[in-house]
Design a protein around this ligand. Structure first.
Ligand code: ADP
Length: 431
């Protein structure tokens, strides 16, 4: 039994004992009257403290805890301790929150917290500068109403997928921001903005240089190629024809290189907006497989396994990426080999897969294949007419479509290259 019950029992026992004594001396009625009075007083005493507690609970404050004795004193002491503990915990949480908010404010990157419906919850000072927001004024407003960027809504709907979004604020000429979206907590999103103006400027200079050099080289190379073609058409000694043939091969290779460099610099140029169109993927894959059969000239078995679907994106760019993957399969698969082009939709995502039974690629080369001019076997690449830029082009085209490239291979057994497209780019035919 705890002390409160003990005290109450003692008090009731005392009143009963006194009532018994009075009953014996003064008669039974006086005894009962005393007992009832005593119990009523005890009840009133507890009622007064209960009322005080009720009054205090309406505005609890450790400074105004009422004084009391007996069991009520214990209750108030416990309440006081509880309040102290709670106040301390609140102080600790507030100070932790302050540290976090100071750290977020000190961040050199812009941070914007969005709720599940993309309304602004909070943003730091850098985000205000970068994106022209005002934390207090804009809280609760839909972010897409404040940041005018064509693909922002789509981008936020799929946080963590694809490449960061580039943003050129109209009010800050020459400045370029990279925006990333991350999902956190329960359906919240964090937008992070970095200033990439310097990197972009250096990149533009490099890109322009490569594009200009390629462009300058293209004209003389075309002229030389024309001359060589003309000379090869004329009668000439066998030895001279052989040498002219070799020169012509090299000139063609240089032309292919220059063309690939021009394609790459065009793809890298942010100014080049993606031409979005919906097209039948099966048609594109049949077209690409036809080209591959011409390139293979009957040396391989080339088949397609495709499901009907439409894909949203640039058909021209994807044609170039898809045919690059198949032409690699043809070039790196010995005669008699098998090449299969798949198009399938898994969990909404569209997958274009090229499987070959070719020479394969050792594990250590796979992470570097999409680097410019990276080749496993330089001689073989050159012999088969490669420029070393094919997979870089594929990677760039896929990046522009928020798609990823997955490569798996077993040396001597074959390779599989898969381009995985986000679900929002893929539409299945209505059943
Ligand atoms: P290349 O013009 O040299 O083919 P790519 O960028 O297309 O350049 O490919 C880079 C390298 O990846 C190639 O040189 C080759 O070593 C390797 N590679 C690409 N596709 C295949 C494949 N299907 N099978 C084996 N190796 C491949």
């Amino acid at each position: 039994m705890d002390s409160a019950w003990l005290l109450l029992s003692l008090r009731i026992a005392l009143i009963a004992a006194l009532a018994g004594l009075i009953g014996r001396w003064q008669g039974e009625t006086a005894g009962w009257a005393f007992g009832c009075m005593g119990l009523l007083l005890l009840l009133a005493f507890h009622y007064i403290y209960l009322a005080r507690l009720q009054r205090w609970l309406k505005q609890p404050d450790s400074q105004t805890i009422p004084d009391a004795w007996g069991a009520w004193g214990n209750i108030y002491i416990e309440l006081y301790r509880l309040l102290r503990r709670e106040a301390k915990a609140r102080e600790q949480i507030l100070s932790d929150l302050e540290v976090f908010s100071q750290a977020a404010e000190a961040s050199p990157d812009g941070l914007v917290i969005l709720d599940a419906d993309n309304h602004i919850v909070w943003c730091n000072r850098m985000a205000e500068q970068h994106l022209g927001l005002r934390g207090e004024r804009d809280a609760g407003i839909l972010v897409t109403n404040l940041i005018r960027l064509p693909r922002l809504a789509e981008f936020i709907a799929h946080p963590g997928e694809g490449e960061p979004l580039l943003f050129r604020p109209a009010e800050r000429r020459g400045s370029v921001l990279s925006i990333e979206a991350i999902r956190f907590g329960k359906d919240r999103k964090l937008l992070i903005s970095f200033d990439v103006s310097q990197v972009e400027r250096a990149d533009t200079i490099r890109r322009d240089f490569v594009a200009n050099v390629s462009h300058e080289l293209r004209t003389p190379l075309t002229v030389i190629s024309g001359f060589l073609e003309h000379m090869l058409a004329e009668p000439a000694p066998e030895e001279a024809r052989h040498q002219l043939g070799l020169v012509s091969e090299q000139v063609d290779r240089m032309l292919r290189l220059v063309d690939d460099l021009l394609i790459l610099s065009r793809l890298e140029g942010e100014s080049q907006m993606l031409r979005e169109e919906e097209f039948d993927v099966r048609d594109l894959i049949y077209e690409v497989s036809g080209e591959a059969r011409r390139l293979s000239a009957g040396r391989h078995t080339i088949t397609c396994e495709v499901v009907p679907a439409t894909l949203k994106g640039s058909r021209d760019e994807l044609h170039s990426a898809f045919s690059n993957l198949v032409s690699n399969a043809v070039r790196y698969t010995p005669e008699g080999g098998r090449i299969v082009l798949y198009w399938e939709v898994k969990e909404g995502k569209g997958i274009y897969r090229v499987e070959d039974s070719g020479i394969g690629i050792a594990e250590e080369h796979i992470p570097r294949l999409t680097e410019r001019f990276y080749r496993v076997d330089r001689g073989r690449s050159r012999e088969s007419g490669g420029t070393g830029l094919g997979l870089s082009i594929v990677k760039h085209v896929l990046m522009r479509h928020q798609a990823t490239l997955e490569i798996s291979s077993v040396p001597g057994a074959g390779s599989t290259f898969s381009a995985v497209f986000p679900a929002w780019r893929v539409t299945l035919p209505q059943a």
